[in-house]
Design a protein around this ligand. Structure first.
Ligand SMILES: [Fe+2]
Ligand SMILES: [Fe+2]
Length: 178
């Protein structure tokens, strides 16, 4: 299996959760379960995607603008998700934020599967795409064990130029590279 299929499978899962979420009534407490499911699916996916897919593309000199745009959308989605997670505590309406998150992620997935995949099809052989799929799955299960602070730190480290990122990882002893 190649990295593209593995990423698409996750995207479909996340989109289904979002569809379910926005279809709920405003007072349906099942939203808490779904918001947690979205977080559990989205964050490990995004961290592993950045480390294995985005940064490998960056390293082979693909269009870096496309990759950084992807990073930016990960940040936006995660800040909406965090807002949604605290929403009830501050007594705000959660539906508009849920809709915003759904729209943002649908847009992100569409761009990823078109613009970023196009860069990758040019840059990687089939064999490389298969190796990346394995590395992605391995790293995803590592991220699943991490807490929210570590996954935020990981995002920032992932974005840095490789040499600086390696230095930080050697200090913190928290490797994100497979
Ligand atoms: Fe993705
Ligand atoms: Fe993504």
């Amino acid at each position: 299996m190649e990295i593209y299929e593995v990423l698409k499978r996750d995207h479909e899962e996340i989109k289904e959760f979002l569809n379910e979420l926005v279809a709920l009534d405003d007072d349906d407490e099942y939203r808490f379960v779904l918001i947690q499911e979205i977080s559990n699916a989205l964050i490990p996916h995004s961290r592993a995607e950045e480390s294995v897919f985005y940064n490998t593309l960056r390293a082979v000199n693909a269009d870096k603008g496309v990759v950084f745009h992807g990073y930016q959308e990960h940040m936006e989605a995660e800040s909406l998700l965090r807002t949604l997670q605290v929403m009830d505590k501050v007594n705000m309406e959660w539906k508009p934020i849920a809709n915003k998150l759904k729209d943002a992620l649908e847009h992100h997935v569409e761009e990823e599967e078109s613009d970023i995949f196009a860069e990758a099809y040019n840059a990687f052989s089939q064999e490389e795409a298969e190796v990346m799929a394995e590395a992605f799955e391995r790293l995803k299960s590592e991220v699943e064990k991490e807490g929210p602070i570590q996954t935020t730190v990981d995002m920032v480290v992932n974005m840095m130029p490789p040499r600086i990122a390696d230095k930080i990882r050697s200090f913190t002893d928290k490797g994100m590279n497979p």
